[in-house]
Design a protein around this ligand. Structure first.
Ligand SMILES: [Zn+2]
Length: 353
C-alpha cells in the first residue's frame, strides 16, 4: 500500500499551475536563462521535492542491515582506480580491500591509459592477504584493456598480449580518445580521435580482428564514448563474430547517451546495460534521476551494475554503492530488482559463480 503510494508519486508529473506560479516567484542568478529552461529546471526540482515529501511521510524503512545484505555477493563491472596519469579517488589495492570488507563477490577495475589486466595478480594478492588476515573471502578482481591511443588504439596485438594476464576479462572501446568525445565533448580539432567505423559505416579491419580475439577468448566487449549510431553496428558485428558478452557503459550520461528505446534494441541483441552511479548528485543524469528508475523498471533483466565510480569529486566506491542501493530502494525499486542488477545478472555476464 505504502509502496504503491510512493510509486504513484514517482510517476506523477508536476501540475502546470504550480509550475507557472513557481516560475514567476523563484529568482535565479543564471543570466540569459531561456524561460523554457528555467521552467524545466524548476520542474525537475519540484518533482524531486514531491517524491522526497512522500518519502518522509511514508518512511523508507531501509536499515544498514538491508544495505549490507545487498552489498554482500554483489559485483561491479566498472570501477576506476588511481593508477592513471591524473587523479582518481583511491588506488586499486585499496578498492580491492574495501570490496572484500563489504563481502562483494567480484569487481572489475578499469583504467583508461594502460591495461588494468596487467596488475590484477597484484591486486588479487592484496585482497587475498587482507581476507586471510580478517577471515573473510577475498573479492575476485578482474581487469581489461581500454583501446585508447596509449595502447595503440584499435591494436589487436595489445589485446592479444593481455591474454596472458590472470583476470583479463574486458575490452573497452576508446573513452577520451574516441573521435566523438574529442570533437563533440572536448571540442578539440575535428577529425581527430579513434573511429572503429569506416566512412560507409562498416566496422574497420583492425576492429574486426579484435572482435575475433574477444569471441575466441569469451571476453566482454564493452562500449566506449560513442553514441548509439556507432555502438549498434559494432555490437551487431560482434554478435555476428560470435562475441557472447557485450555491455553498454553508462548510457544515461551525455557523452555515451542512449535513449531507452535504443537501450531496448541493444538488449534484444544480447547487450547488457550498465547501471552507473557516477556522481551521487543528480547533475550528471541529463534527464533527471527519475529516468534511471524508469530504465530499471523496464530493463532490470538486462542490467548489470557498472558504477563507474572512482572520480575525485565522488564518494569512495563502497560509499557510492551503498548510497546507490539506498536511493534505488527509497524510490521504489524493489530488493529483487537490486539483487538482479547487483548480483545475479553480473555473475552470469562475467561467467562466475
Ligand atoms: Zn568509467
Amino acid at each position: 500500500m505504502m509502496k504503491q503510494a510512493l510509486e504513484e508519486l514517482v510517476k506523477t508529473d508536476v501540475p502546470s499551475e504550480r509550475l507557472d506560479q513557481l516560475t514567476e516567484l523563484v529568482e535565479i542568478d543564471l543570466t540569459n536563462l531561456d524561460p523554457g529552461v528555467k521552467r524545466h529546471l524548476l520542474k525537475q526540482q519540484l518533482e524531486m521535492f514531491q517524491v522526497e515529501e512522500g518519502l518522509y511521510a511514508i518512511g523508507t524503512g531501509i536499515s544498514d542491515e538491508v544495505v549490507d545484505e545487498l552489498m554482500e555477493g554483489s559485483i561491479d563491472t566498472h570501477v576506476h582506480g588511481g593508477s592513471e596519469p591524473f587523479e582518481r579517488r583511491e588506488l586499486e589495492d585499496d578498492i580491492a580491500i574495501d570490496c572484500t570488507r563489504a563481502k562483494m563477490k567480484a569487481v572489475v577495475i578499469k583504467n583508461w591509459y594502460h591495461p588494468s589486466a596487467s596488475k590484477i595478480a597484484l591486486l588479487q594478492k592484496a585482497a587475498d592477504n587482507w581476507a586471510e588476515a580478517n577471515q573473510l573471502n577475498p573479492v575476485q578482481v578482474f581487469g581489461g584493456i581500454t583501446l585508447n591511443n596509449s595502447v595503440g588504439g584499435l591494436n589487436p596485438e595489445a589485446v592479444i598480449r593481455c591474454l596472458g594476464f590472470p583476470g583479463f576479462k574486458y575490452v573497452w572501446m576508446p573513452t577520451t580518445d574516441s573521435h566523438y568525445h574529442q570533437s563533440n565533448i572536448l571540442n578539440r580539432k575535428k577529425h581527430t580521435g579513434i573511429k572503429y567505423l569506416s566512412e560507409k559505416g562498416q566496422v574497420v579491419h583492425q576492429m574486426k580482428e579484435i572482435l575475433h580475439v574477444i569471441a575466441d577468448n569469451n571476453l566482454v566487449l564493452a562500449s566506449g564514448f560513442y553514441p548509439y549510431r556507432e555502438t549498434a553496428p559494432l555490437m551487431e558485428e560482434a554478435k555476428r563474430t560470435g562475441v557472447k558478452r557485450m555491455e553498454l557503459i553508462h548510457p544515461t550520461l551525455m557523452h555515451t547517451k542512449h535513449t531507452l528505446a535504443e537501450m531496448k534494441e541493444l538488449t534484444q541483441e544480447g547487450v547488457k546495460i550498465g547501471l552507473t552511479g557516477i556522481a551521487s548528485v543528480n547533475a550528471r543524469f541529463i534527464e533527471g534521476i527519475r529516468s534511471v528508475f524508469k530504465i530499471i523498471r523496464e530493463l532490470s533483466d538486462y542490467m548489470v551494475l557498472g558504477s563507474s565510480s572512482g572520480q575525485i569529486q565522488n564518494p569512495t566506491h563502497i560509499e557510492g554503492m551503498k548510497w546507490m542501493i539506498r536511493v534505488l530502494l527509497s524510490y521504489g525499486i524493489t530488493k529483487e530488482e537490486v539483487t538482479k542488477i547487483f548480483k545475479t545478472n553480473p555473475a552470469a555476464h562475467l561467467g562466475i559463480n
